[in-house]
Design a protein around this ligand. Structure first.
Ligand code: MTE
Ligand code: MOS
Length: 678
């Protein structure tokens, strides 16, 4: 067994703040924290040995929710952020506002729920002075860094390789590196390989935002920041004040999930839009349109919108889904059905593309042309099913004007492209595509004198001729995203290179007696500029939408807390498909249409394309608001017309209770709403 005392280097690690122990040394701050690793010659023996470990805990008071954290003033140090535009207080006091609405929105977490769990294989070479590993990570560079730190080795002696990973979705940006670091300690000390697996018109907005980071900061500060920068969604608000803070709780560390906080910021915005609509007895779509940002609008953080296609996306969707007719049909259905209700909603989105931390917006690539005309490309990005390698290979193939089959991307490796940013923030095809293009152009320029001297019948012939003439056929390419940057001290800047705009329409039917629902239609329009690969992009949109649907309406994490005594406080009850419901075939919309906006080249990214990975996830909120629309119809039949809260996710339990009727009346107090344990 290897524990904190055995760590050759530092036991404290973390991506931003080193506030997490590799192996707990004194205090365990969440259920499941690693105390040590058992190493054995077989899986069975390891399990037997692990069972022999006896641990005696002294139970200390724990903080498990945002509510508790705020009450106990439990925050991660130095994680307070604020953003300001105009003057919220004087606007509220001025009498200009006809109404001032206050409310609270609670948003649940989501499991990454991988096919392939975190895994890594670590081994030493050259007598144990160097360490190599293969890891399922979105950030080979971070994994390399953690391992070098815990083993006290220079980065140049630690190599991390990633062939491809079975889903990342933000969860393997940092959390996977801990597993590798834990495996590296025995591997290094024993000099043997070790493998580990585990399973109206808006005037002013005053917003306080809290997120639950759990027992270490991890990337939760960046998640909070992105939520704050997306709290306007697509709306122009003259006066804005946002304060955010990261809560410390005794839950296992939370991390990024597709969208990196942006969907959380945007769902709050859409909740107040929906509330305003109800208060003013208007359709939410009217309130949305009346407050849209447009070309030249300045966001609450000072970025001016350029190339804003929001209006185009919205109009195209509105026409294709025939909102008016859909509304009439739903009303008709609802007036002739008491226990089944239908609802519709149309929701827009705007997703900022770029890492907010400026230094991360850089990318490197290595392109090697061989004498048979085949090309080996390595770049800093990780393939996780999003089709990055295909897009990047396409860029190299088109640059050399050779078939796609002549280009090969073998793996991502820290010894080929150093200091790479994590593959996240959706911008990888933008930046690695550009870095590869840069390398291809260098090689083409070197080939040019040979190419112009003779007419070669193939690229292979040209490559061989260049070799003969001693031309370097290998090049390192590099790209930085220009003109981005943000200063949190003043809360102003242009953090994003551009935005990906989209909108979705959804129609659902709910069973008001069971709370079950079905998505009858989902229509999506997204602006992806000139898409690099429409087949991949449509797949990304469909996948993100269904993943979002899980978050908005199906998946609920239940933790043991002071109220739920049947499970230990701080333990996760919903840790498998038996208790945690992820989307299945049955949850796919009966009619599911995805289209890409045409004729809108994006001058800010490679070959006029746009980033796709995370932006469509939020569009599944159209299902959430369609559910709410159906609930409104059900409540109206029972004589309830006022606003009511609906936390995310809208699970059958919550839908059922919100459909207030004679059966739920005895429970229909504010306090009885099924509460989220956030
Ligand atoms: N698609 C698949 N199939 N698997 C994934 O893990 N991750 C998503 C998105 N699409 C993911 C995915 C997330 S969270 C991000 S940030 C982007 O892909 C990252 O890749 P990109 O920068 O190439 O879009
Ligand atoms: Mo994605 S959450 O930025 O890995």
């Amino acid at each position: 067994m290897f524990m904190w005392k055995d760590v050759p280097g530092e036991n404290e690690i973390g991506p931003v703040v080193k506030d997490e122990e590799l192996f707990a040394s004194k205090i365990v701050t969440c259920v499941g924290q690693i105390i040590g690793v058992v190493v054995a010659d077989s899986h069975e023996n390891a399990k037997l040995a692990a069972r022999k470990v006896q641990i005696v805990y002294e139970e200390l008071p724990a903080i498990l929710s945002i509510r508790d954290a705020i009450k106990s003033n439990s925050f991660h140090p130095n994680t307070e952020r604020s953003l300001m535009k105009g003057d919220v207080e004087s606007c509220f006091m001025s009498g200009m506002c006809d109404r001032i609405i206050e409310g609270e929105v609670q948003i649940g977490g989501q499991e990454h729920f991988y096919f392939e769990s975190n895994s890594s294989l670590v081994w030493t070479i050259d007598g144990g002075n160097e360490i190599h590993m293969i890891c399922s990570t979105q950030s080979p560079e971070k994994t390399q860094g953690y391992v070098a730190r815990v083993l006290d080795l220079p980065l140049s002696k630690v190599v991390c390789k990633t062939k491809r990973i079975g889903g990342g979705f933000g969860g393997k940006e940092t959390r996977s590196s801990f597993i590798t670091a834990a495996a590296s300690v025995p591997s290094f000390l024993l000099k043997r390989p070790v493998g580990i697996t585990n399973g109206g018109k808006l005037l002013a907005l005053d917003l306080e935002l809290y997120n639950n980071a759990g027992n270490s900061l991890d990337v939760s500060f960046a998640v909070l920041e992105r939520a704050m920068l997306h709290a306007d969604n697509v709306y122009d608000i003259p006066h804005v004040k946002i304060r955010g803070q990261v809560c410390y709780t005794n839950l296992p560390s939370n991390t990024a999930f597709r969208g990196f906080g942006a969907p959380q910021g945007m769902i709050i915005a859409e909740n107040w839009i929906q509330r305003i609509a109800m208060e003013l007895k208007k359709r939410p779509e009217e309130i949305r349109e009346a407050n849209f940002q447009s070309e030249g609008s300045v966001t609450h953080y000072g970025q001016q919108l350029q190339g804003c296609t929001l209006g185009k996306v919205w109009d195209e969707l509105k026409a294709s889904c025939d909102l008016h007719k859909a509304r009439e049909a739903v009303n008709k259905f609802n007036s002739s059905n008491r226990w089944k209700k239908r609802g519709i909603a149309m929701v827009p989105t705007k997703f900022g593309i770029a890492f907010i931390l400026k230094c991360l917006n850089q990318a490197g690539a290595l392109v090697q042309v061989y004498t048979d005309g085949t090309v080996l490309v390595t770049h800093g990005g990780v393939e996780m099913g999003q089709g990055l390698h295909t897009k990047v290979a396409q860029i190299a193939a088109s640059s050399f004007n050779i078939p796609l089959s002549s280009v090969f991307i073998s793996e991502t490796s820290t010894d080929k492209v150093p200091n790479a940013s994590p593959t996240s923030a959706s911008a990888s095809s933008d930046i690695y595509g550009a870095a590869v293009l840069n390398a291809c152009e260098q090689i083409k320029a070197r080939m040019e004198p040979i190419a112009s001297k003779h007419k070669h019948s193939s690229f292979a012939e040209l490559a061989a001729a260049c070799y003969w003439e001693r031309i370097d056929l290998s090049a390192h390419g590099f790209h930085i995203t220009p003109d981005t940057g943000f200063d949190w001290k003043i809360g102003k800047g242009s953090p994003f290179n551009y935005y990906t705009y989209g909108a979705a329409f959804a129609e659902v039917e709910i069973d008001t007696l069971t709370g079950d629902f079905h998505t009858r239609t989902a229509d999506i329009v997204l602006d992806l500029g000139h898409s690099l690969n429409p087949a991949i992009d449509v797949g990304q949109i469909e996948g993100a939408f269904i993943q979002g649907l899980g978050w908005f309406a199906l998946e609920e994490l239940k933790w043991g807390d002071a109220e739920h005594k049947w499970i230990r406080p701080g333990s996760l009850y919903t840790c498998g498909p038996g208790t945690y419901k992820i989307p299945s075939l049955n949850d796919i919309p009966l009619r599911f249409n995805v289209s890409l906006l045409k004729g809108v080249p994006n001058p800010k990214a490679i070959h006029s394309s746009k980033a796709v990975g995370e932006p469509p996830l939020f569009l599944a909120s159209s299902v959430f608001f369609a559910i709410k629309d159906a609930i409104i119809a059900a409540r109206s039949d029972a004589g309830y017309d006022g606003w009511f809260p609906l936390d995310n996710p809208a699970t059958p339990e919550r839908i059922r209770m919100a459909c207030a009727d004679e059966f739920t009346k005895p429970f229909a107090s504010e306090d009885f709403w099924p509460k989220l344990s956030v």
